[in-house]
Design a protein around this ligand. Structure first.
Ligand SMILES: C=C1C[C@]23C[C@@]1(O)CC[C@H]2[C@@]12CCC[C@@](C)(C(=O)O1)[C@H]2[C@@H]3C(=O)O
Ligand SMILES: O=C(O)CCC(=O)C(=O)O
Ligand SMILES: [Fe+2]
Length: 371
């Protein structure tokens, strides 16, 4: 069923017709050591399920809640966010419409194999794995027009206008959430205008990742989207309301020393916020960039739409000086989003560690040794 590409990876050109399969092909069977790369059981201690924050509360209530969620979970769900259910349904319906197209149509908008980002294809991180994901993706950077035209030459407008309206809603919402996060780090409104990562935010090209996870006859032997952190400042995810799939790796501070995978329960109308690598950097390591993955279901397909909020391309993101402890110094250097993404393409989950700076105290010791 699969041909092999030059890299030895099964080629996407032979896209799976998921429905025709009653068994998972070898190309999609993940060896247990990769599947269980972190301890797996989905035990969710009721005392520590991920925070759900209602954004209709006053900022004075929200700021500590958001800060605590970012420090302990690196993720939270938001309700009362003001994005109408109608828009969430619309974007989900258009995403469904895209992935329901015959494979040959979808492949007309295939992501350019030589390093392209936009278009149809497996999630970019799939290149780090020898096995394929049980999913399909579609990445939109900026406008979806060019690719949508390839999919529906005569009727691409509905898709584009839904994605545009959704991106606009997400841009406003991400600004609100990021301000709450920065306030929780002790920054004032004025500090945020001066040093915050949102300067020029209106000009930032929106990045949307549409994900489709078909039903799978052997869900325990395959992977929808393998564990990763997002590179963004934050990611806002809308997931289908009836099917679970998104899981976070959570380190429960209190009793359990081992991290556990925790399901993110779909809540009608709620959105999931993930802290991304760049916010971890800004917060000098205080906010947790959350490792997450998507598993698949035997009976139900699932859709998710992720909005990646990042800074302007030329803007260097580094630990905010005001919150850096002078005794320890910054934990990371300043870096632009494009530079970070290019490192991430090479190093995947090792990217943050690769740029982490030694502690200032240790640096001084080392310098003394050299002298
Ligand atoms: C802005 C981006 C974040 C992303 C890489 C990208 O250039 C466009 C796609 C994004 C995505 C979506 C699925 C998961 C992810 C890890 C991937 O493979 O592609 C993220 C990337 C990321 O956050 O690093
Ligand atoms: O499908 C999901 O819920 C997760 C999607 C995701 O992590 C991503 O697109 O980066
Ligand atoms: Fe993600």
């Amino acid at each position: 069923m699969h041909s092999l590409s030059v890299s030895g990876q099964p080629s996407l050109l032979c896209q799976l017709e998921w429905k025709s399969l009653n068994q998972v092909p070898d190309s999609h069977i993940w060896p247990p050591d990769l599947l269980h790369h972190h301890p797996t059981s989905n035990i969710i201690p009721p005392s520590s399920s991920m925070p759900i924050i209602d954004l209709t509360a006053a900022d004075s209530v929200l700021i500590p809640l958001v800060g605590r969620a970012c420090e302990t979970w690196g993720a939270f769900q938001i309700t009362g966010h003001g994005v109408p259910l109608r828009l969430l349904d619309l974007v989900e319906a258009q995403t469904c419409r895209l992935f329901s197209l015959p494979s040959a149509h979808k492949l007309r908008a295939q992501r350019c194999p030589s390093g392209g980002v936009t278009g149809y294809g497996p999630a970019l991180i799939s290149s780090f794995f020898s096995k394929l994901f049980w999913s399909e993706g579609f990445t939109i950077v900026g406008s979806a027009q060019e690719d949508a035209r390839k999919l529906w030459p005569n009727c691409f407008n509905d898709f584009c206008s839904a994605m545009e309206e959704y991106s606009k809603g997400m841009k406003d919402l991400s600004r609100r959430v990021i301000v709450l996060m920065l306030r929780s780090l002790g920054l004032s409104e004025e500090d945020i205008d001066e040093v915050g990562p949102l300067r020029g935010h209106d000009e930032v090209e929106p990045v949307l990742q549409l994900n489709y996870y078909p039903p799978c006859p052997e869900p325990d032997r395959t992977m929808g989207l393998a564990d990763h952190t997002d590179s963004s400042l934050i990611t806002i995810i809308h997931q289908s309301s009836c099917v679970t799939g998104l899981q976070l790796l959570h380190h429960d501070e209190s009793d359990n020393p081992r991290p556990q995978w925790v399901e993110v329960p779909p809540i009608l109308g709620a959105l999931v916020v993930n802290v991304g690598d760049l916010f971890h950097i800004i917060s000098n390591g205080r906010f947790h960039t959350v490792i997450h993955r998507a598993v698949v279901d035997r009976t139900w397909s699932r859709i998710s739409v992720a909005y990646f909020c990042g800074p302007l391309a030329h803007f260097k993101v580094g630990p905010i000086q005001k919150i850096v402890d002078p005794n320890h110094g910054p934990a990371y250097p300043g870096i632009t989003w494009p530079k970070y993404l290019s490192l991430k393409k090479k190093l995947h989950n090792e990217t943050l560690a690769s740029i982490r700076l030694p502690l200032a105290a240790k640096r001084q010791d080392d310098e003394k040794k050299v002298l």
